[in-house]
Design a protein around this ligand. Structure first.
Ligand SMILES: NC(=O)c1ccc[n+]([C@@H]2O[C@H](COP(=O)([O-])OP(=O)(O)OC[C@H]3O[C@@H](n4cnc5c(N)ncnc54)[C@H](O)[C@@H]3O)[C@@H](O)[C@H]2O)c1
Length: 306
């Protein structure tokens, strides 16, 4: 059980990390570590400790794990932006690949009981079959996908070599309050600026498999308690960007024109739709329906920007 343990959440001031902190802070001694590059201290509850530190600083990571006598690590911190990874691949690799090594090696040295790593659907690249299961070939097409896969492989290799208890969740598109980027955030911003027109990158045909962020936080706790190896986590129902755009327009600005630009960004994958049988068998059950989740995200955005 995670309850009662000393827990470290790297990237704890970020979007997914802060929801894991929220989920655990009442029942564990939680330390959040973050360099605040995209995360915000305001995302953290008062009953969590905060350490401002960088994943690239191996010594500080080790000190944090040792000083707080950490039992369980949720390694969530990363450059999480595909476009940023193409603009600054060095930061991306230093943070996601070497930074992950720093965390895992510090866990090995301190005898941490369990590490759960935030991997990504981007490790699959453009799929050759859908829904994508965990045995699907790995063929990342962005620096981000490659650096995140390096982190995952490092954990699995340390598990083999040193017997550390490491598990990874390959996260598909997660959304909800505090999300700092990506399509829903863009759509809300664009409709705020121009309520009569939504310009959409790409054709609208791209498929995503959305998971609400509190469900994703539950997946992490579940895998910390019972998981072993690699799991996909997603909502389990494919949604096109066109369907998403139509839903968001109907909620925010009914009647607005939706215009598709055709071109998308480098490193973008067309179809991401997960087979979640493995994590479902472990007990994962997404609770927040898509439309309900989208409405909650819009409410958060309006509150945060009013
Ligand atoms: N949101 C998604 O849909 C999604 C999908 C797949 C994988 N992921 C993974 O989930 C994790 C969290 O992503 P998110 O969406 O919450 O993004 P996020 O940007 O909100 O969270 C990342 C956090 O890591 C911190 N960080 C970045 N570089 C750091 C460094 N060098 N040292 C210390 N902290 C650093 C940031 O400040 C931020 O708080 C990432 O590992 C990401 O790769 C997210």
């Amino acid at each position: 059980m995670v309850k009662g343990k000393n827990v470290l959440v790297t990237g704890g001031a970020g979007f997914i990390g802060s929801h894991i902190v929220d989920r655990l802070a009442g029942e564990c001694a939680v330390t959040a570590l973050d360099n605040l590059s995209t995360g915000k201290e305001i995302n953290l509850p008062e009953n969590a400790a905060f350490v401002k530190s960088d994943l690239r600083d191996a010594g500080l990571i080790q000190k944090t794990i040792k000083d707080a006598d950490i039992d369980v690590v949720f390694h969530i911190g990363a450059n999480a932006s595909v476009p940023h990874s193409t603009e600054d691949p060095r930061y991306d690799f230093e943070t996601n690949a070497l930074g992950t090594f720093n965390v895992i090696d510090a866990c090995r040295v301190s005898g941490v009981e369990k590490i759960v790593y935030a991997s990504t659907a981007a490790v699959y690249g453009e799929p050759i079959r859908t829904p994508i299961d965990e045995d699907h070939p790995l063929h990342p097409i962005s620096p981000y996908g490659a650096s995140k896969l390096a982190g995952e492989r490092c954990g699995l290799a340390f598990k083999e070599t040193y017997g550390i208890d490491f598990a990874a969740i390959r996260i598909f598109n997660t959304y909800g309050p505090r999300q700092p980027r990506y399509v829903m955030y863009d759509f809300i911003q664009k409709l705020g600026r121009n309520p009569s027109l939504l310009e959409v990158l790409g054709t609208g045909e791209q498929i995503r498999d959305y998971c609400y962020v509190s469900d994703m936080a539950d997946a992490f706790v579940l895998v910390a308690e019972r998981g072993d190896g690699v799991y996909n986590a997603a909502g389990g129902s494919p949604t096109s960007i066109k369907e998403l755009a139509e839903l968001m327009v109907s909620i925010i600005s009914p009647g607005a024109e939706i215009r598709y630009g055709g071109k998308t960004w480098a490193g973008d994958v067309n179809t991401l739709y997960a087979n979640i049988t493995r994590i479902t068998e472990l007990g994962f059950e997404p609770k927040v329906g898509f439309e309900d989740g989208v409405r909650q995200m819009i409410r958060w955005f309006e509150g945060a920007n009013s």
